[in-house]
Design a protein. Structure first.
Lengths: 321, 363
């Protein structure tokens, strides 16, 4: 098993390199860089700028810059954020944690609702509730995340039940540990609902389809013929087999999840990697940009890896060798 | 070729029986027509502003006058005042009536970019203003700007998907037909592009281009970015088709007759994967519309004074504004309806063209 994980990890390294290189090239192709605005600032001397440029090899070509950046990464030095005036790693640490919390909450929310819903709809195929849920999932798939987020924020601001954006209340520091946790949960509701709705819709449809296919299989007929009670047929035989393709989907759905999370983060003012990316692009903060892209790819790969491991665990037919 | 044509005809006949898909189709036809004739439908030009009417609420159209009698629909002139809490309110001047006029004269515009005209579907005399869906921060008519915005938002989907289709056909066709190293190379590139979360890729690509571009340039930049993100998905569809088609007898026959590879791809393989492509394309159009909206929403896309649905929605990013002027959310509803219509149409098309679904329905 460990062998298998290591092999999967090795497979992901070229991907990480490719993604970060694309990011590096993009920001280097951009007209101007952060120093252009720094040079306008009379408080910053030309020598300081030259020092920075030399330290990070910014006066050389893309490939050299990329090479030195990689060398530094191996020492856990992600470079210096010119906009935030602190090492990039410091900025990324907290942001990555925030994005991770949000993604985790969305994953839990959507999977815990979508899977039972899909099973229920498949078992009650073509009945009223099935049609109703199918209709809702269609709306969920079609509603743009930013529009849904704005709608929810509008209602939050009207009713005042939920906080309209942000991650913590103003007096967060004064809360007890439990209060802090509840405060965080309260702030999580809107972004989770927004990102979760579209993924629930998609997952519910897939699960329903898988279940319907499995329910037609001959071993289900056999199970029923044996005289097993219906709940055992469905939960032990059908669901167990219908869930395998869903685990495969898990890895693939992560890119979409993180992408949707980024936009929602920006609208809901959630201080995560997506928001940071926008700031980095706007201020042309080279190392922040590259570091952010690397971190998001890292989260993605972590997800793929978990999906692979879970799939190997759920489906005993998969060989590690 | 003749057979595939009749298949298309059969498909269209089947689609006509698909109720929901047809509704979606006519909704889309309506939206595109409204975008083409935006100048006529909109009572004002997209840049016609009156700053004293910033965030004016939707104009009330009255049918009962002061004397309590029914009359032709009319509006009152509106002016800005402050209430005792210094909130901005708009009061109607009830002394004068401004009747709603059809085919009223107003700002000049070009029909289809050629014919100059100044008649609008409806309007009121220029002393008063009619803001069906309220005004934005600069006192411009949201109703007018939404239809002008549709020109950008709706066309980007079609233009983007066309470019992606060409790229996808080209690379997917080559990849599937030649197999081997070319295939591996192209498919790895596709996989890398598809693996990067779309939003991050979009921002990275957007960062290449300057922020101070003209609107036409920006339009093309957005189209290019969206097509670049979109082509790998279509290329994979084409590749899959090409891989299975290249072993079929008619392709072998063409090759035996000495037809060149490029000609085989364009004349034999691509026409046969057309129905799949139509489905894939119609299902991917919402992605382009959403991408443009997201970029414009963040201020990286279409810039003021030009309108696009995302750009119009960006005013509602400030929740404090949204609370008092909820009508600035209306452009979002248009995006929602468009995306939903394309999804429904795509689903219908898939039911019609996908033989696998046909088998599924027999159970």
């Amino acid at each position: 098993m460990i062998n298998y994980i290591i092999r999967r990890l090795l497979f992901f390294i070229p991907l990480l390199l490719a993604v970060s290189f694309i990011g590096f090239v993009c920001i280097n192709l951009a007209p101007g860089n952060y120093f252009d605005s720094l040079k306008q600032n009379p408080q910053v001397s030309q020598d300081t700028i030259r020092l920075y440029e030399q330290k990070y090899h910014l006066d050389q070509n893309v490939f050299t810059q990329y090479y030195y950046w990689l060398v530094n990464i191996s020492k856990l030095d992600f470079g210096y954020s010119f906009a935030y005036k602190i090492p990039v790693f410091e900025v990324l640490k907290s942001r990555m944690f925030n994005t991770f919390i949000l993604s985790l909450s969305v994953l839990l929310f959507s999977w815990l609702i979508a899977i039972p819903l899909g099973i229920y709809c498949a078992v009650n195929q073509y009945k009223f509730t099935d049609k109703l849920f199918s209709f809702f999932s269609f709306i969920g798939l079609s509603i743009p995340s930013f529009f849904f987020a704005l709608l929810l924020l509008y209602f939050a601001s009207l009713t005042g039940i939920l906080p309209a954006g942000g991650m913590h209340s103003l007096n967060y520091e004064a809360f007890s540990p439990l209060g802090k946790f509840l405060d965080l949960l309260k702030h999580l509701i809107i972004p989770t609902l927004v990102i979760g709705t579209s993924s629930i819709a998609g997952l519910q449809r897939l699960m329903r389809g898988n279940m319907l296919e499995v329910l037609r299989a001959q071993y289900i007929t056999t199970a029923r013929a044996k005289g097993l009670p219906e709940y055992r047929v469905i939960y032990l035989h059908a669901v167990r087999n219908a869930i395998n393709p869903m685990v495969t989907i898990f890895g693939g759905s992560l890119a979409g999840l993180l992408s949707g999370a980024a936009l929602t983060e920006i609208i809901c003012n959630w201080p995560g990697l997506g928001r940071l990316m926008l700031d980095a692009v706007m201020s042309q903060d080279l190392f922040l940009f590259a570091g952010d892209l690397l971190m998001i790819s890292f989260l993605l790969i972590l997800g793929y890896l978990i999906a692979d491991i879970v799939l190997a665990w759920v489906d005993p037919r998969i060989q590690y060798q | 070729m003749k057979k595939s044509y009749s298949q298309l005809g059969k498909g269209i006949r089947k689609l006509k029986k698909h109720g929901l898909a047809m509704v979606a189709f006519w909704v889309l036809v309506g939206l595109y027509l409204s975008a083409i004739f935006a100048g006529f439908i909109a009572p004002y030009h997209y840049d016609n502003e009156q700053r004293s009417l910033s965030y004016a609420s939707p104009t009330k159209v009255h049918v009962i006058d002061q004397a309590g009698k029914f009359s032709w629909p009319f509006v009152h002139k509106v002016s800005q005042k402050f209430d005792q809490f210094y909130n901005r309110i708009y009061v109607e001047d009830k002394t004068e009536k401004y009747p709603l006029r059809f085919l009223a004269k107003g700002d000049s515009y070009y029909i289809l970019g050629m014919l100059k005209a100044n008649r609008h579907l409806f309007g009121v005399d220029s002393q008063a203003r009619i803001y069906f869906w309220g005004a934005d921060s600069r006192g411009r008519d949201l109703f007018s700007r939404i239809f002008y915005g549709g020109q950008v938002s709706l066309s980007i989907g079609l233009v983007g998907v066309t470019i992606s289709l060409f790229l996808g056909l080209f690379f997917g066709g080559i990849s599937g037909y030649f197999k081997g190293k070319t295939d591996t190379l192209i498919m790895r590139i596709c996989e890398i592009i598809m693996m990067i979360p779309g939003f991050y890729l979009m921002l990275s690509l957007r960062s290449i281009f300057s922020y101070s571009l003209s609107s036409l340039q920006l339009y093309f930049v957005i189209v290019c970015i969206m097509s670049f993100i979109g082509w790998p998905g279509l290329a994979r569809v084409v590749r899959g088709m090409a891989l299975s088609l290249r072993e079929r007898e008619f392709v072998l026959a063409a090759r035996a007759l000495g037809v060149s590879d490029i000609k085989i791809i364009w004349q034999h393989i691509i026409p046969h994967s057309f129905s799949y492509l139509i489905v894939a394309a119609s299902l991917s159009i919402p992605g382009y519309i959403l991408g443009e909206s997201a970029l414009s929403l963040l201020g990286l896309g279409i810039q003021d004074p030009y309108a696009s649905w995302g750009n119009l929605l960006s005013e509602s990013m400030a929740v404090s504004q949204l609370k008092f002027h909820p009508w600035i959310l209306i452009p979002g509803a248009f995006i929602f309806i468009t995306v939903m219509a394309f999804n429904l149409l795509g689903d219908g098309l898939r039911d019609v063209f996908d033989p696998k679904m046909d088998i599924g329905r027999k159970f």
